[in-house]
Design a protein around this ligand. Structure first.
Ligand code: HEM
Length: 152
């Protein structure tokens, strides 16, 4: 179960990034070119939030199965000295949670705005902050915090 979860969590990362990026491109064009908020824009908003929620669920289950996390909570004094362990046990989890909360709020607030320009603007603000946080919290092969492959 653990290798499957790790594989899925690694792959879904790309869906999270692509959907957020696509949402932002659409929101930017919509906002700057004063377009009307179409059905497609609404689906993209909705699916971006849904993909982030799927990744959150995978992350939570992975957190309960990961040997790194078990090691951290069973030997906190010793394990917390290791950056890699603290990264997955606290930094990654907290930053990703903040980012997904921002996506959820941004999506919900945008949905409730009456004016199309405000819908695009809300998505732009919340989703871009979320994307920045996610980018920082991913264990890229070039990250100074923890390194994992692009594909598992
Ligand atoms: C947008 C949200 C998230 C993204 C893009 C993301 C991405 C990733 C990536 C790329 C990895 C490395 C996978 C690999 O080793 O190949 C990873 C590992 C991990 N993630 Fe996430 N993650 C997210 C949210 C979360 C959340 C919310 C949690 C916890 C509740 C979580 C828990 C973990 C854990 C525990 C590992 C390490 C597992 C291990 O190596 O044993 N992730 N994540």
């Amino acid at each position: 179960m653990y290798p499957t979860l790790l594989f899925l969590h690694s792959i879904v990362r790309w869906l999270v990034l692509l959907s957020l990026f696509y949402s932002l491109v659409r929101a930017y064009k919509g906002y700057t070119q004063k377009k009307s908020f179409s059905k497609t824009d609404n689906s993209v908003r909705h699916w971006t939030a849904t993909i982030a929620h799927v990744q959150l669920m995978l992350g939570i289950v992975l957190y309960s199965q990961s040997p790194i996390i078990k090691y951290l909570w069973n030997n906190f004094a010793e394990a917390s000295k290791d950056v890699n362990t603290i990264f997955f046990g606290l930094i990654h989890f907290v930053l990703m949670l903040i980012a997904i909360v921002l996506i959820t709020i941004g999506s919900a607030v945008s949905k409730r705005k009456a004016v199309d320009e405000d819908k695009f603007k809300t998505m732009l603000i919340y989703f871009s902050i979320a994307l920045l946080i996610i980018f920082i919290a991913i264990p890229w092969p070039f990250s100074p915090l923890a390194n994992r492959p692009y594909f598992r």
